[in-house]
Write a new protein. Structure first.
Length: 308
C-alpha cells in the first residue's frame, strides 16, 4: 500500500555540547518516517519541493536513508530548503527561529505536472496538515484543493491534522477558513484538543465532537496529550482509548507527528482504530522520552518491531 505525506521538511540546526548539529524534520515528514520505520511493508512517499542546493541534496539523501520514496520530491531550480535553528536558554526552555519564507516547499504545486497528479491517484492514503496549508503559496491553493478532490474521487483516503502554528498565519480566521475546508474533504481527521482550544476556545472533547458533527469522517481521532484518545466512527459512536502517561518527558516536539504516522500505518494494515491508537501511543510515548523530532534509528528499531 502507498501512503503520501504532503508538507515541508526543513534543515534543523542545534547546538549539542557546544557543536552545531544538523538534522532534518517537518511535521508530515516526521510522520512519513515513523510510518516507514514501523511498517516497512508500506510505501511511504514524501510530497514536497526542495532546491538544487547541497543542503536540499542532503535532505533527499536523508529521506532515502529512511527508505522514504522521493518520487514526488521535486527540485526547484531557484529556491532553497527551509531552515530552522533551535535555541535552548539557561533554563532548558527551547525556542525556534525559522528561515522558510521563500523555501522551495512553498512552490510544490507549481512543480506538479498533470502526469504527476495522475500518478498521485495511485496513493491509498494521503496526509496533510495545517502547516502544509500555511506554507503553500496562497495563489496555488485552488490547485491544491482540486488535487485533493481528484485523489478522493480516485479512492485515495484524505487525512488531515490541524497542527496549528500561529506564526505561519496572518490571523485566526485565515487559518480556520482553510481548516474547515480541509475537514470537509477529509475522510480521517486527527486533530488535538490544544489546537481547538487555541482557535475556538474549546475546553472539552464534547465541544470538538459537536463542532465537527456536520462533517462526515470515516474516522475521527482526537488527541489530548497524556489523556485518553477519543475515537468517533462513521456512525457517530464515541469511544475512548486510555493511555499510560509518560512521566520522564524529554522532548514533545513530534509526539503528534509520530502518533499520526503509526496510527495510519496500523490502520492501513487492517488494525482496528482502537489497536491503531494503542500502537500510535506506544510510538509517541517513546518519542517524547528521546531528544529530537526524529529519534535515533537504532534506538527506535526494537520498539518498532514490538509495535508492528
Ligand atoms: P500534538 O503533538 O499534536 O500536540 P499531543 O500533545 O496531543 O499532540 O500528543 C500526541 C500523542 O502523543 C498523544 O495522543 C499521546 O499518545 C502521546 N503523548 C503526548 N504526551 C504524552 C504523555 N505525557 N504521556 C504519554 N503519551 C503522551
Amino acid at each position: 500500500m502507498r501512503v503520501g505525506f504532503i508538507g515541508e521538511c526543513m534543515a534543523e540546526l542545534k547546538k549539542v555540547n557546544g557543536a552545531l548539529e544538523e538534522g532534518f524534520a517537518g511535521d508530515t515528514f516526521n510522520s512519513a518516517v515513523y510510518l516507514k520505520r514501523t511498517f516497512p511493508q508500506l510505501d511511504s512517499y514524501f510530497i514536497s519541493a526542495v532546491g538544487t542546493d547541497p543542503l536540499s541534496k542532503e535532505m533527499l539523501g536523508f529521506a532515502q536513508s529512511e527508505s522514504i520514496n522521493t518520487r514526488f520530491m521535486f527540485s526547484h531550480q531557484d529556491k532553497h530548503l527551509g531552515l530552522y535553528k533551535i535555541y535552548t536558554d539557561a533554563q532548558g526552555e527551547r525556542s525556534f527561529t525559522y528561515w522558510r519564507n521563500d523555501s522551495a516547499a512553498k512552490c510544490l504545486m507549481s512543480q506538479l505536472t498533470q502526469s504527476d497528479e495522475a500518478s498521485l491517484t495511485a496513493l491509498d492514503l494521503v496526509l496533510f496538515s495545517g502547516i502544509s496549508l500555511a506554507i503553500l503559496n496562497t495563489e496555488d491553493l485552488p490547485k491544491f484543493w482540486r488535487l485533493l478532490a481528484k485523489l478522493k474521487e480516485a479512492g485515495t483516503q484524505i487525512v488531515f491534522d490541524i497542527n496549528h502554528r500561529p506564526a505561519l498565519w496572518k490571523g485566526r480566521d485565515d487559518a480556520t477558513e482553510l481548516y474547515e475546508k480541509a475537514f470537509e474533504i477529509a475522510d480521517i481527521a486527527l486533530p488535538g484538543l490544544e489546537d481547538f482550544n487555541f482557535l475556538y476556545g474549546f475546553e472539552t472533547i464534547e465541544e470538538i465532537i459537536n463542532f465537527l458533527a456536520p462533517f462526515s469522517f470515516k474516522q475521527l481521532v482526537i488527541k489530548n496529550g497524556s489523556s485518553a484518545v477519543t475515537l468517533v466512527n462513521e456512525e457517530g459512536e464515541v469511544s475512548e482509548v486510555g493511555l499510560t502517561p509518560v512521566t520522564h518527558v524529554v522532548d514533545t516536539t513530534s509526539a503528534g507527528d509520530a502518533f499520526n504516522g503509526v496510527f495510519l500505518g496500523a490502520y492501513l494494515t487492517g488494525e482496528s482504530p482502537e489497536s491503531s491508537v494503542n500502537k500510535a501511543a506506544k510510538c509517541a510515548g517513546f518519542v517524547i522520552q528521546h531528544p529530537g523530532a526524529i529519534v535515533d534509528k537504532k534506538a527506535y528499531a526494537d520498539l518498532a518491531s514490538s509495535i508492528a
